[in-house]
Design a protein around this ligand. Structure first.
Ligand code: UDP
Ligand code: GLC
Ligand code: MN
Length: 322
């Protein structure tokens, strides 16, 4: 039976992240299948793009913890839907899987993870006795799936999301190196360790509210503008963008302006929105920045592929690659 990397997207914003993740896994030469769980909220246009990158696109229903009390502790009310991850245990056509959040970028081949047992993961940077559920090795199995659902209903989740369920279900998890789920941190002990070990990173996880697609790209300065606490990740953010502008953005049809602010990420579908560029003509730089940070890039104008391509070309020239 084959083995697979599995990810999840319940909206177009995270699906764009998943497309970059999928391309990055191909670019590091994985020999495993790629599978994505999506919910019906993902648009048909983006679903078609996913079908071009993933071996399997499985439509599942949304599972939501609806646990506002615990989610408010995380300050991430939107993460109740991460219960949808539990569907991954139903993928019994695979003998073993590695789950990856859609906000992860593969920078080195990580196929050796498939030698690890269920449940293998990395320490969470917030509470290292727990594992971070952005990456974990698991074995699909209907009995485990049933037991997990029962556990979610009876014990619940201490953070309102999947991480709080999975950690109490798998208390004896197997720890693998942090390079398989390298997350940014502002802790003072982080930077020296990052300097020592950061170049070994295999999977980079853009954990937190600020996703790669929400960092501002400055075509004049020629780089992604990183917020405080993220600067050391700028090479990885630039890699994310390089994949996005070359391999994903050209296929993204257009923005539906009426839906553009619904999600935290992009909202895209098949309709051409002529009003989008018109709306932005009189925009101040501050308004542009705020719009970008809301996850509403102006594909047809300032943030168009041609501007981003110019940046990549100028960087390649600077590095003498061309
Ligand atoms: N996710 C999703 N839709 C949402 C929120 C989350 O599909 O509205 C999925 C997506 O795969 C995402 C994962 O659940 O990467 C976990 O959420 P996120 O990465 O935002 O959490 P963090 O890692 O920042 O805690
Ligand atoms: C975490 C994980 C994420 C998970 C969320 C909610 O921080 O990175 O994958 O969905 O918590 O439990
Ligand atoms: Mn994540």
């Amino acid at each position: 039976m084959p083995e697979a990397y599995v990810t999840l997207a319940t909206n177009d914003g995270y699906a764009i992240g998943a497309l970059v993740l999928g391309h990055s896994l191909h670019s590091v030469g994985t020999t495993r299948d790629l599978c994505i769980l999506i919910t019906p909220q993902v648009s048909q246009a983006i679903k078609s793009m996913l079908e071009g990158v993933f071996n399997k696109v499985e439509v599942v229903n949304v599972m939501d913890s609806n646990d506002t009390a615990h989610l408010s502790l995380l300050n991430r009310p939107e993460l109740g839907v991460t219960f949808t991850k539990l569907h991954a245990w139903k993928l019994t056509c695979y003998s073993k899987c590695v789950f990856l959040d859609a906000d992860i970028l593969a920078v080195k081949n990580s196929d050796d993870l498939f030698q690890q047992p269920e449940l293998s993961a990395c320490c969470d940077i917030g509470w290292p006795d727990c594992f971070n559920s952005g990456m974990f090795v698991f074995v699909p199995n209907m009995d485990t799936y049933g037991a997990l659902l029962k556990h979610a209903q009876t014990v619940g989740s201490f953070d309102g999301g999947d991480q709080g369920v999975l950690n109490t279900f798998f208390p004896n998890w197997n720890r693998v190196s942090f390079v398989y789920n390298m997350v940014a941190s502002a802790t003072y002990t982080y930077l020296p360790a990052y300097k020592q070990y950061g170049s070994n990173a295999k999977l980079v996880h853009f954990l937190g509210t600020m996703k790669p697609w929400q960092h501002r790209y400055d075509s004049q300065a020629g780089q992604v503008e990183t917020s405080p606490g993220y600067q050391h990740l700028s090479p990885f953010l630039n890699s994310w963008w390089a994949i996005y502008v070359r391999l994903v953005q050209p296929g993204v049809p257009s923005i539906d302006v009426s839906k553009a602010s619904e999600d935290r990420g992009f909202s895209v579908d098949g309709q051409v929105s002529s009003s989008m560029s018109g709306l932005l003509i009189n925009e101040t730089p501050q308004e542009g920045l705020a719009r970008w940070e809301r996850g509403e890039p102006d594909y047809l104008g300032k943030d168009a592929f041609s501007n981003i391509q110019a940046y990549i070309d100028s960087r390649l020239k600077q590095n003498g690659a061309k």
